[in-house]
Design a protein around this ligand. Structure first.
Ligand code: THU
Length: 136
């Protein structure tokens, strides 16, 4: 796991909280915000975007990862903010996070308060699928 400075963790959580305010979740009413920290210190955000064809809904984490990738940056950590109690990324998002070996740290937090939890992507998804079937 990358060693996140407390100020960086706080900044990442605040970014995810702001992104969560824009979540488009009229069906589940479950708002999620995510913020990806890149190796160069930039932050890319995403929120969940639902669709009336439910299966087309997109998670906050994957939207944030997409924004970081579009910018050509290297993701190193992600913060996820859900309603309390904070939830970790869903299984699909764990697989997407595991795609990027540089991305090691997952921060989970609630919409307010100073508390957060840290987990590694490997902890959240041991034995992630890889095309080269390399043990991870
Ligand atoms: N959701 C996320 O954005 N991230 C997750 O990791 C789990 C779930 C969204 C999808 C849907 O819009 C809502 O939360 C309820 O499942």
């Amino acid at each position: 796991m990358v060693d996140l400075a407390p100020a960086t963790t706080k900044r990442l959580i605040e970014s995810a909280r702001r992104a969560r305010a824009n979540a488009y979740a009229p069906y589940s009413r479950y708002l999620v915000g995510a913020a990806v920290l890149s190796a160069d210190g930039r932050v890319f955000v995403g929120c969940n975007v639902e669709n009336s064809s439910y299966g087309l809904s997109m998670c906050a984490e994957r939207n944030a990862i997409a924004a970081a990738v579009v910018a050509g940056t290297t993701p190193v950590a992600v913060a996820v903010v859900t309603e309390a109690p904070p939830a970790g990324p869903c299984g699909a998002c764990r697989q997407v996070l595991a795609e990027f070996p540089t991305l090691t740290t997952v921060v989970s937090a609630a919409p307010s308060g100073p508390d957060y939890t840290l987990a590694s992507v490997h902890e959240l998804l041991p034995h992630a699928f890889r095309l080269d079937a390399k043990e991870s």
